[in-house]
Design a protein. Structure first.
Length: 256
């Protein structure tokens, strides 16, 4: 059987061919009752869909295709630059090392995150408290994250207007506790903290650090990240991990 690029039989959705029936001295046609599945429409930027419809269509798209549903609207991202990839690598190294040092947490890289009926996003990075340690996210039956991660981070270049507006609103409404945006073109890091149902934009501290309010010891040297100085980023994290606040947090997670 020949399959299309979406894994459906070629010709799916075309009218079924009639069957031939031979009688005495004549031949007649009998309509076929075979029903072939119609192919799902392609996802396109600007489509207005609910999360369930978006998810079904997304699964039918080619493996390399990426899209997000933000506020009920489909967004297909631009190709990612080399600079995006470099910053992404340092960010995920930073999050991954915190996870390793902090039992009861986990970090995820570009994982689908379902937030209600109008949002299915794929953030660059997330850091969660595991369900067993009292966290808020869960896995769906087919293995996708549902519920608001405790921390989300996005690397923003061409996507900055989306990350700072539509995505920010989606994460804010879902109750993501901390939202970090690395804005490459403006060369700044913005760190939002969820308080009383809305995000507050906090300033970098005098020593150049952002310090997480949710994850004690998760320290980020903002300028070092922007300069791609991974050694300084990791040294700042190690300072945070050595604090009594981080040790107390680990004990609290393990005792949950």
């Amino acid at each position: 059987m020949t399959l299309s690029h979406r894994g459906l039989p070629v010709g799916a959705g075309l009218p079924a061919k009639p069957l031939l029936y031979k009688g005495k001295g004549h031949m007649a046609t009998v309509p076929s009752t075979i029903q072939r599945p119609l192919p799902l429409p392609l996802l396109e930027s600007g489509d207005h869909l609910d999360q369930a419809t978006f998810h079904a269509r997304y699964l039918a798209m080619p493996e390399a295709f990426r899209a997000e549903l933000i506020g009920g609207v489909v967004f297909v991202p631009s190709p990612l630059s080399w600079g995006h990839g470099l910053h992404h690598t340092i960010v995920m190294t930073w999050l991954g090392n915190y996870w390793i040092a902090t039992p009861g947490t986990q970090s995820g890289d570009n994982t689908t995150t379902i937030l209600g009926e109008s949002n299915e996003l794929q953030p660059d990075g997330v850091l969660i408290i595991t369900p067993e340690a009292g966290g808020r996210t869960r896995l769906s039956d087919d293995g996708y994250t549902t519920g608001a991660p405790e921390l989300v981070i996005e690397i923003a270049s061409s996507s900055a207007s989306i990350d700072l507006h539509a995505k920010r609103r989606a994460y804010e409404q879902a109750g993501v506790l901390e939202y970090v945006v690395v804005v490459l073109r403006q060369r700044l890091v913005r760190w939002f903290v969820w308080q009383a149902g809305a995000y507050q934009d906090i300033a970098v501290e005098a020593d150049g650090m952002f310090r997480s309010r949710v994850f004690p010891g998760l320290w980020l040297h903002a300028e070092a990240l922007l300069q791609l100085d991974g050694a300084t980023v990791m040294a700042a994290l190690q300072q945070g991990l050595a604090t009594p606040e981080h040790q107390a947090f680990v004990q609290r997670l393990q005792g949950h």
